[in-house]
Every structure is written in structure tokens, then in C-alpha cells.
Ligand binder design. Structure first.
Ligand code: F6P
Length: 359
């Protein structure tokens, strides 16, 4: 009997279920005697031994379902070595659950922090195979994470919807896009939605450059502008500040609900334009996965099952070119894949006139 543990960790995204289905269907097709144990709410389920024995039917009909049938939670990597409120050693507890259940392997579907924990468990001697999940696409070692393209579609749709109303009212609209500290989602949705200005964490902006772009458009007879702003966007002044100075600025300055509101206030102050802010927020992680995500999830899932069958542990399956490859977990853990400001996509965006607030 082979026993495989499975968990989904961190913020959810589309195609978590599709990916688990890919792993499970492949395993059930390869072996008659495989049992999948599903841990509830991410690493929490492994720590506190909350699990259910899955049936093949659990993985049927979930290809198109958003969310995760196992539930998820954020268990920060930094806290893993810190005992819980009852003094429980979480790492030892996870190892204990794994051994007690006589697992052959643990399958982890997660983003950056979850991959760090997966690597730690692998270094602690557990057999681990992981899969790259996140709408942020910021995982090192893979060109694409599942969830990203679905989120791009939703954020693009938000920008599309804003276009008609922005034109009718001659306003400046800001759509704030998720992505944590990286700009992949904003860059892709901004380009796909025809945003005039795109602000990314990787390219600190100058508010005067942003306002000049808006004024230039106005003078050219275009009476609206649309900005796609990453939730992690920062100004040039902020980028030059120390962490302490940034904290001081936040403490002493006006309080805004998020970065888009701050940028909006500055635009009104400088140009006199009427500005509206739209924050699609968690809608970007919701709903059914797009076709692209369903395809890569199924492929990633099948390849994860192949690694398990070949007893190749300590890897994350990844997408490169059009191939599924395996990357050692120790290479993935702790590295962020950011947008290179000099990359071809940024240059091409600039060629069609998109302003990034830097020049
Ligand atoms: O990592 C995915 C993500 O959606 C980020 O884009 C965002 O910054 C964060 O999670 C939001 O986290 P939470 O769901 O915990 O509010």
C-alpha cells in the first residue's frame, strides 16, 4: 500500500483542485493500492493531524472548481520553528504525523512561503514533492505558476470594464492589481487591458512623470487615462528610504486604504483630474480556472505523480518553455522571481506608449 499525503497551503487560487485532480488521477491510474490522505487547511492539518482519507470520487468533477477541497491557511515559514500557544513543536509534530500515517510522500501545493516549509521538511528527512501555486507568478524556478493566468484574465476584465465608463466621464481611473511584492500580474493585465500607465514594484515611479503622461494624453484629445497599479508599487522617494524612514512616513503622513488611493490623491493634487479607484481584490483569486491553467495544472499534477512513482523526492515540478521539469526544492526555497525592468516585455510595452512612471 502506498500512502500519499496532500495539502494546499497559503492563499488559495484557481486550479488548486485541478492540480490535485491531476496528481490523484495519475496515481490512481498507476497503482491499485494507493491511498491519498488529504490534510485540512494546509500545514495546520499536518501539524495537528487533521486529515481525511480521500476517495477517487473526491477528485472527480473538480477540474473547473475554484478554491480547494482541502481548505488552506497561512502558516508563515518564520513561525514554523516557534512553538504554538501550547508549547507544541510544529516541525516535530509534522514529522510525527507523517510517520504515524506511514506516508511514502507528502505533496505540497503552495507559493513562496509554503515552498520554504516544503524544503525544510525535505531537509528534515520527509519525502516531499511540491507544485507551484500562486496568482503572483513570483516563484523562482518556474516560468508559470498555476492560478496566474486565471487571475490575469480577471484583472484584465476589470480594466476592460473600466474602459467604457472612464471614456464616458473623462476621468482618470486606477485599477489596483494584486501580486504582493512583484508586478507580473499587473504587467500582464495592464498590457492585456490596454492600460495607459502601469506601475510596478520593480520600477519605482515618479508621480510627476505619471502626471505628465496623463496631461500629454489630455492634450492629445484623450480625455481619460487608465492606470494599472500593483498593490506593491512604490515611488522613487520611497524606494530610496530605509525601512525606518518608510515607517515614519506612514506614521506621520495621511492614511490611505491602499497604494492606489495615495497615487490617486497625488494625481488630483497635481493635475486637478477627477480620479476613481477600483480594487478587484480577492475576485482575482476566485472562480473557475481558465483553460490555460487547467492544462498546466493537469500536466504539472501528472508529472508530480511520475516523480512519486520514480521515488524522486525533494523537487518542485515546474513549467519551462513548453516542458514540465523538476527543480530541487533547495534551489526554489526563499527566492523570488521578479520582473526585470530591462526585459523585452517592458521594452515592448514602452514601444506602444505605455508609461511606467520612470521616464
Ligand atoms: O499571494 C497571493 C495574494 O493574493 C497576493 O497577491 C496578495 O498580496 C495576498 O495573497 C493577499 O493575501 P490574503 O488573502 O491573506 O489577504
Amino acid at each position: 500500500m502506498r500512502r500519499i499525503g496532500m495539502l494546499t497551503s497559503g492563499g488559495d487560487c484557481q486550479a488548486l483542485n485541478a492540480t490535485m485532480r491531476g496528481v490523484a488521477k495519475s496515481l490512481y491510474n498507476m497503482y491499485d493500492d494507493v491511498e491519498i490522505i488529504g490534510f485540512e487547511d494546509g500545514y495546520k492539518g499536518l501539524i495537528y493531524a487533521n486529515y481525511k482519507i480521500m476517495q477517487p470520487s473526491d477528485f472527480s468533477g473538480i477540474l473547473t472548481e475554484g478554491g480547494t477541497i482541502l481548505g488552506t491557511s497561512r502558516q508563515p515559514f518564520k513561525q514554523m520553528r516557534v512553538p504554538d500557544e501550547n508549547g507544541l513543536d510544529k516541525v516535530e509534530s509534522m514529522k510525527h504525523t507523517y510517520r504515524k500515517l506511514k506516508l511514502n510522500c507528502l505533496v505540497v501545493l503552495g507559493g513562496n512561503g509554503s515552498q520554504k516549509t516544503a524544503n525544510m521538511l525535505s531537509e528534515e528527512g520527509l519525502n516531499v514533492v511540491s507544485l507551484p501555486k500562486t496568482i503572483d507568478n513570483d516563484l523562482w524556478g518556474t516560468e508559470m505558476t498555476f492560478g496566474f493566468q486565471s487571475a490575469v484574465n480577471i484583472a484584465t476584465n476589470a480594466i476592460d470594464c473600466i474602459h467604457t465608463t472612464a471614456a464616458s466621464h473623462r476621468r482618470v481611473f486606477i485599477v489596483e492589481v494584486m501580486g504582493h511584492k512583484v508586478g507580473w500580474l499587473t504587467l500582464h493585465a495592464g498590457m492585456a487591458g490596454g492600460a495607459d500607465i502601469i506601475l510596478l514594484p520593480e520600477i519605482p515611479y515618479d508621480i510627476n512623470v505619471v502626471c505628465e503622461a496623463i496631461t500629454r494624453r489630455s492634450k492629445a484629445g484623450k480625455h481619460f487615462s487608465i492606470l494599472a497599479v500593483a498593490e506593491g508599487a512604490i515611488s522613487k522617494e520611497e524606494a530610496a528610504m530605509t525601512k525606518k524612514q518608510l515607517k515614519e512616513k506612514k506614521k506621520n503622513g495621511p492614511v490611505y486604504p491602499s497604494v492606489a488611493y495615495e497615487i490617486g490623491a497625488r494625481i488630483t493634487e497635481i493635475t486637478g483630474s477627477e480620479v476613481r479607484v477600483t480594487v478587484p481584490g480577492h475576485t482575482q483569486r476566485g472562480g473557475s480556472p481558465c483553460a490555460y491553467d487547467r492544462v498546466i495544472s493537469t500536466r504539472l499534477g501528472a508529472e508530480a505523480a511520475r516523480l512519486i512513482a520514480e521515488e524522486q523526492y525533494g523537487y518542485m515540478v515546474a513549467f519551462r518553455g513548453n516542458d514540465i521539469v523538476q527543480v530541487p526544492l533547495k534551489e526554489v526555497a526563499g527566492k523570488l522571481k521578479t520582473v526585470d525592468p530591462g526585459c523585452a516585455m517592458i521594452q515592448e510595452a514602452k514601444m506602444v506608449g505605455i508609461c511606467f512612471g520612470d521616464e
